[in-house]
Design a binder for this molecule. Sequence first.
Ligand code: SAM
Length: 263
Amino acid sequence: MSSMLEFDDKAARAMEAMYLTPDVVGQRARVIDMLCPRPGEHILDIGVGPGLLAHDLALMVGDAGRLVGLDMAKPMLTMARTRLAAMPWAECVEGEATKLGFPDASFDAVVTTQVFEYVADLPRALVEAHRVLKPGGRILVLDTDWRSIVWHSSDAGRMERVLACWDDHLADPHLPATLGASLRRAGFKVVRVEIVPMLTPHWQPRSYAGGMMHTIHGYARANGAKHGLSADEIQAWYDDQLRLIERGEFFFSLNRYAFVAMA
Ligand SMILES: C[S@@+](CC[C@H](N)C(=O)[O-])C[C@H]1O[C@@H](n2cnc3c(N)ncnc32)[C@H](O)[C@@H]1O
């Protein structure tokens, strides 16, 4: 049984901090490079979150363009609205990825990063994204495949059990493997796919890996019992990471996958 993350105030602040680390700043640069936003374009950011990407996109489309950030979580919308406040051509709306409240052919581009992996009805979300895009418009979808993780541990079996518990926070922890086919079924033509790695080969507290270590620890403590994980085992997993950090033996690598497709 899935235990999705709650995107409440605390989660919004933790996510913002993690998304300001150099790893995720680098990811946004890659996304912007692949999406190639132009002045005057109308862009929809589905699952806008803290609004960091939306802020950069709004600057790039400029006041002749339009940037709409959509999210289902109020704390995220508050954060994104604050970030976009100085740009009246950028707005945030509350909404659901599977039921977009916009007319057909409203946008030149749709971007959605780290969102579709949370959506249970992906085919519906893709059909909706296709509908609101102008003919020939483009979508960029970026998500993580948690099977790509290489995270050093002194106890590989325990690491596997903790990560199996964490998989449960998503509707599909392996979305990228099937995303190309899903995009094609929704009527898109996939034109580009790239890996965006989150790589921390030696300990760095201000990193995506550093944030995930604490987030997964918290999630496992709240949800581990459902997966047969005892509190002692979860603590042993965490303490092992602290020991590896102390000994200079920390290693974390995880792949995200960015797909660009045309409507
Ligand atoms: C992991 S965050 C990513 C935020 C942002 N896209 C980024 O990359 O910085 C996921 C966001 O998607 C939103 N979200 C998840 N499922 C959604 C859905 N079905 N409809 C709209 N928003 C959704 C969450 O509220 C959260 O803000």
